[in-house]
Design a protein. Structure first.
Length: 132
């Protein structure tokens, strides 16, 4: 098998930045369950921490995605199937435990889109440097 080191650690900040951009899009533009105005530093810290954690998970697990996959298939497999399904299940159960509107679940869909975009950008950079 391939080692996680084959998926470059640069993927971590790329995915984190894209995730954070998506969070700010949701918080600032759509105002979905936003804490940006009341706690901007904590909102940034939470978003950055989550993005780094997602990037780290990709770095550790992304090498397990088949080499034969195209850039888009790779990004969709990890970002959509592995991360996305888990994230949406979490999002669907959160309103049952915490009093938040169901529309806030949309924010998690945007998170998935931005994680997929971060992986695609990383894979595009990687393939540009090391074509298959």
């Amino acid at each position: 098998g391939r080692a996680h080191g084959e998926t470059g650690a640069i993927a971590i900040p790329i995915i984190a930045v894209l995730y954070l951009l998506g969070r700010y899009l949701v918080d600032v533009v759509f105002g979905i369950h936003s804490s940006y105005e009341t706690a901007p530093l904590m909102t940034f810290a939470w978003g950055a921490s989550m993005g780094l954690w997602i990037g780290l998970a990709y770095w550790l697990l992304g090498a397990g995605v088949k080499r034969e996959y195209s850039l888009i298939q790779h990004a969709l497999w990890f970002g959509g199937a592995l991360f996305g399904v888990n994230w949406l299940l979490f999002a669907c159960f959160t309103p049952l435990i915490v009093d938040i509107p169901w529309v806030d679940v949309l924010a998690h869909g945007i998170d998935i889109v931005f994680v997929v975009a971060g992986i695609a950008i990383y894979q595009g950079m990687r393939q540009g440097v090391q074509p298959r």
